[in-house]
Design a protein around this ligand. Sequence first.
Ligand code: 1GP
Length: 224
Amino acid sequence: MLAVLIDPEKIDVRQLPILFQKIHASITTHIFIGGSTDANGNTENVVTAVKAQTDLPVLLFPGDYSQITDKSDGILFLSLLSGRNPEYLIEQQIKSIPTLKNSGLEIIPTGYLLIDGGSQTAVERISETRPIAQADVELIVNTALAGQFSGKQLIYLEAGSGAIQAVGPEIISAVKEELKIPLIVGGGIRTKQQLENAYQAGADLVVIGTAFEENEDFFNELKI
Ligand code: 1GP
């Protein structure tokens, strides 16, 4: 599966009809909407505009509780398991409950692991947590399994938006070998070859944002 990540801070909703023509001609299966920040509070408007364009599942991928809207189909209910900042382990989740509890959204408990992508990313800056080094495969696998054993339904290996180095195939396969729940991989994937490598290594769903923002022609390489 392939998710296109739409960042409400960057998208101009007037571009959506053309963007979705390309998305619908491609192998895209999901739309994720979110970003580390949403300074102007655009998320709800963007979700509403996206829902008017597509029948693909639209899931929130929020940077914080203020980005939650019941206009989407569901939410990745993230917990930043790689970090030790209680704000992103449980505090934001508690703050989200008044909005979430009567929302009707499908809530998907997701263990979120920030992996070093070679440069400081927005997730690292905003969450004030350090990523796990790609060399520390055992820690990555154990963190993913701690998420599974805690009841998460998904594990998300995140190199960070615009990462120089995507999560390596050897890490994906090491996690996949042990994990019994679906595995999401994202951050820094810019080529069809990297996408195929991630699938071959065992990613169930890959998330791409920046590569499509920078070059919509990339969709042409991913035709159905
Ligand atoms: C970021 O994993 C996503 O949270 C996608 O990253 O923008 O680098 O594709 P990119």
